[in-house]
Design a protein around this ligand. Structure first.
Ligand SMILES: *[C@@H]1O[C@H](CO)[C@@H](O)[C@H](O)[C@H]1NC(C)=O
Ligand SMILES: *[C@@H]1O[C@H](CO)[C@@H](O)[C@H](O)[C@H]1NC(C)=O
Ligand SMILES: *[C@@H]1O[C@H](CO)[C@@H](O)[C@H](O)[C@H]1NC(C)=O
Length: 438
């Protein structure tokens, strides 16, 4: 029952059998490293107990191939999970961060020398929550801290903050650290934004040189869509802060539809559910905004709690996550959606049609979503970043063992992952889906 990824040039380690073994052992295993005493990127000729006796070779740093056939049947006394929020699916018991591979195609995304490590961390402050934007001109990534949630240091009386890191500094720190894969810790610089920007939760661009930020609002201060100069003095143009006079609930995420200059953003009740916005006045829905004319209208509704948004590269398919399973102060309810929906974008009206399930996630919720140049979809989830192919097959995970709310490609082969109290940086093979316009 040992799977062989014969379609690809490298043979990969197959450590799923350690799952069964670890259930009956008192000493915890730590994936390939502990189970086989392997240094990173070593070649292993260890054998699984019974079954196929082919030698196993581990080439990728910290990757674990978990064949679905190895856990399809857990048995009467199997180690079933009770919770998608408090229990992870880590059958190899590997210490994060690592690449959890469910499908050989994930190795094409990773490439033969993929790495992942924390590049900034602050255990007491969820400084890296959402709104990641890569600025190609300066090779920086901007992002927002958690708004109203755990370790966010923001509430109805305190705004959250937008910061940036330099990827030049990241690359230099990694070069200095050598091939150790050890975490590095670059500086995080707060952007001094005007008071019109309240509780930033989503972002994309740059759009004609500006950050596009969507802001949840705070108390009576309105949610807004704004253009922000990424350079000092960070002057801002608010494009929209109401729907024909009514405030939005709390804006959450935004994307530009490829091939257009049109913005699409989600509005949801998390500001209220995290104690920093008044009672909602409208349904949770997706809006379309023309930045020039400021015409705004609804393109999709019927969500429990709509959240992240992304488009296929041709702009014909929209993806919206529904994070209904997370209800802020009302608690988590895993019988509610943790689901990514796909839609056809009507070529004439740009309304979202033909809603269908793209993927349901096994851990936590799928929050922010991004696509790569092959239209594989990456979502920030309860255990890190999960990746599906365009048909909705789960290929693998950037397994962090902690929540990621969003991520962004910083050009080809570089993934910057928001993980609340840390930022992770992955060097992989996949190419980026361009998010900056023009
Ligand atoms: C990283 O540096 C920041 C200061 O820039 C510090 O607050 C934080 O504790 C450091 N993180 C780690 C994990 O050392
Ligand atoms: C910032 O100010 C400059 C100079 O007045 C202006 O050209 C630019 O459009 C402003 N940017 C925004 C986002 O308001
Ligand atoms: C969870 O959601 C389901 C479906 O909406 C509902 O029937 C149930 O009462 C909820 N459970 C809790 C504990 O709120």
């Amino acid at each position: 029952m040992v799977a062989k990824s014969s379609a690809i040039a490298v043979a990969i380690g197959f450590a799923a059998w350690a799952y069964a073994a670890s259930q009956s052992q008192s000493a915890p295993q730590s994936g390939a490293t502990a189970a086989h005493s392997l240094p990173p990127q070593a070649v292993c000729s260890c054998l699984p107990p019974g079954g196929d006796r082919s030698p196993l070779i581990i080439i990728l740093y910290s990757s674990q191939f978990v064949d679905p056939r190895s856990f399809a049947v857990l048995g009467n006394n199997g180690p079933f999970r009770e919770s998608s929020f408090t229990q992870f699916f880590n059958p190899t018991n590997t210490t994060p961060p690592f690449f959890q591979v469910f499908h050989p195609d994930f190795l094409k995304i990773l490439g033969p020398s993929a790495t992942i490590r924390a590049v900034a961390a602050n255990p007491t402050f969820a400084f890296a929550h959402e709104a990641p934007i890569w600025l190609p001109a300066t090779d920086e990534v901007t992002f927002a801290s958690n708004d109203g949630g755990a370790l966010g240091m923001s509430d109805i009386d305190h705004n959250n903050q937008v910061s940036r890191i330099s990827l030049k500094e990241v690359e230099a720190a990694i070069a200095k650290a050598g091939k150790s894969h050890a975490p590095v810790n670059v500086s995080v610089t707060k952007l001094d934004l005007p008071d019109t920007i309240q509780m930033t939760n989503g972002g994309t661009g740059p759009f004609f040189g500006n950050l596009i930020l969507v802001n949840s609002g705070r108390g009576p201060l309105p949610p807004s869509v704004a253009l922000v100069n990424p350079s000092p003095p960070h002057n801002t143009t608010v494009l929209l802060d109401n729907f024909f006079g009514r405030q939005f609930n709390s804006l959450n995420d935004v994307k530009i539809r490829p091939g257009t200059n049109t913005l699409f953003f989600t509005d949801v009740t998390y500001g209220f559910l995290n104690h920093f916005r008044p009672l909602p006045l409208m349904p949770n829905q997706v809006y379309r905004l023309e930045p020039d004319t400021r015409r705004v209208r609804v393109v999709a509704d019927g969500f429990d709690r709509c959240n992240g948004i992304a488009f296929s590269r041709d702009g014909k398919t929209a993806f919206v996550t529904d994070t209904g399973a997370n209800a802020g102060f009302l608690g988590n309810n895993q019988t509610e959606p943790a689901t990514i929906y796909a839609f056809d974008v009507d070529p004439k009206t740009e309304a979202f049609k033909n809603r269908r399930v793209f993927a349901y996630v096994d851990t936590g919720i799928a929050d922010g979503v991004q696509l790569d140049a092959e239209d594989n979809l990456y979502a920030g989830c309860g255990d890190g970043v999960q990746v599906w192919n365009p048909e909705g097959a789960l290929l693998g995970k950037f397994f962090l063992g902690t929540t990621s709310a969003n991520l962004v490609f910083a050009g080809d082969s570089r993934l910057v992952i928001m993980a609340e109290t840390a930022i992770y940086f992955a060097e992989i093979a996949a190419k980026a889906n361009k998010l900056f316009f023009p």
